[in-house]
Design a protein around this ligand. Structure first.
Ligand code: GUN
Ligand code: ZN
Length: 435
């Protein structure tokens, strides 16, 4: 049965760049998105498309609301939601003091299941329909997460943390157990419904060389499985990696020699990379998660979009909760603006919304399935109320262009603007029914 959504509709066709920004997106004032069997079958002006609908089609009139592709979070930790906003002196201190303490609780599978559901409720409430997610070292944390995703038919990527050193004993695995458990999770979950698996060594300091090699071995055995880890987030971490891996040329080389670079590899942060490291990420078609709220909160440094663009590396936005301070990709775009401002780099609302949608899909190598409303793609979208607060209503009244409105949306928008979230053509969140 067809369904059709009437709204102002915005999506991206390519990355907005200063020279051809107007070609990068389509905006349909009074547009219509037509969906069948969970997929987009048409997009256009309502006045053209309404008359083509079959008589049994259900029409949802979202009035003057904005309809956007579902947001894509390219880096987030589901077990860290409960310790979001914990102050650490720096990353390594914060990990020991808060992150590891929270993750310990996920040895209890019932607890992990409850938390996975809470996490997904929150993601959908902020309009995120796909995320690249860290579990904990416990295989069952990932079983719990995927079970909850499967029940809701969401498109999600997750993996069990591999961590065999420099962490509390209660959170360590071994190279062999991490290999065996990851393999078993891949067999169970990868490509099941809309789910994908990511081999997930936490970062180089918490994995032995042997463990990283076995991660590479898994990628050889399962070439379409993802690799998800952290890279060059803080200067102290980079110095530590140099000490731990004296034979490697640099941080990227540690992962490279283990066979971890490729088009399904996602590296969070990438703040302190040298040009030759960027070059190698580009050559191997890796994706990068820009996590501004986390980078500012933990004082890790300022990411450079300019570098990523110079080397043609795909970038998406990551919230990195609990290092990040919001699950909202709109709030993440807000902080991306500030980071780029401090770097004297360009931001536009189109860039912010592109990174939160199609840019994320490209980074996760899911562009053929999600990220915009090209016919055949999965119908994951968000219905946005541009003025849920008095402040936004007053500010929008002053706007003279769509660009100005979108800028305000990416600065002031958060969970309050999301009125509905749809995944695979099914409504999975409605602000009038959930709190
Ligand atoms: N590096 C290694 N582990 C983590 C983590 O949990 N969060 C962040 N932000 N960085 C990390
Ligand atoms: Zn992280």
């Amino acid at each position: 049965m067809q369904q059709a959504h009437l709204a102002n509709i915005l999506h991206f066709l390519s990355e907005p760049s200063a020279s051809k920004e107007e070609l990068s997106y389509e905006y349909f004032e009074k547009g219509l998105l037509v969906v069948e069997d969970g997929k987009v079958i048409a997009l256009g002006h309502a006045e053209d498309l309404l008359e083509t609908l079959p008589s049994g089609a259900t029409v949802y009139d979202h009035k003057e609301r904005l309809l956007l592709p579902g947001f894509i979070d390219t880096h987030v930790h589901f077990p860290q939601l409960e310790m979001i906003a914990s102050p650490g002196s720096d990353l390594l201190h914060w990990l020991e003091q808060y992150a590891f303490v929270a993750e310990k609780k996920y040895a209890d599978s019932d607890y992990a299941s409850k938390q996975a559901d809470k996490f997904l409720d929150e993601l959908l409430r902020v309009g995120t329909t796909t995320a690249m997610v860290f579990g904990t070292v416990h295989a069952d944390s990932v079983n719990s997460f995927f079970t909850s995703c499967k029940n809701r038919n969401l498109r999600m990527v997750c993996g069990k943390v591999m961590m065999d050193r420099n962490a509390p004993a209660f959170l360590q695995d071994t190279p062999q157990t991490s290999y065996d458990e990851s393999k078993s999770l891949i067999e169970t979950w990868h490509n099941k419904d809309r789910l994908r698996y990511a081999v997930t060594p936490r970062f180089a300091p918490t994995s032995s060389e042997h463990q990283l090699e076995l991660a590479g071995q898994l990628l050889k055995e399962y070439p379409d499985v993802y690799l998800h880890t952290h890279l060059s987030e803080t200067e102290n971490e980079v110095a530590w990696v140099r000490k731990l891996y004296p034979k490697r040329d640099n941080y990227v080389d540690v992962y490279d020699k283990a066979g971890l670079l490729g088009s399904k590899s996602i590296f969070a942060h990438c703040i302190h990379l040298a040009d030759n490291e960027w070059k190698r990420l580009a050559e191997t078609n890796c994706g990068v998660a820009f996590c501004p709220t986390s980078n500012l909160f933990l004082g890790s440094g300022l990411f450079s979009m300019k570098k990523a663009k110079l080397f043609s590396v795909n970038v998406g936005l990551g919230t990195d909760v609990g290092g990040g301070t919001s699950l909202s990709l709109l709030q993440t775009a807000n902080e991306a603006y500030k980071v780029l401002k401090l770097r004297n780099e360009q931001y536009s609302p189109l860039l912010g919304l592109y990174l939160a949608t199609l840019g994320g899909a490209k980074t996760l190598d899911l562009e053929n399935l999600i990220g915009n409303f090209i016919v055949g793609k999965e119908a994951d979208f968000v219905i946005v109320n541009m003025s849920p607060t008095r402040l936004m209503e007053n500010r929008l009244a002053e706007c003279e262009s769509l660009m100005e409105q979108l800028f305000v949306l990416t600065m002031l928008g958060d969970d309050r603007v999301v009125t509905q979230t749809w995944s695979g053509g099914v409504k999975v969140y409605d602000c009038t029914r959930n709190t």
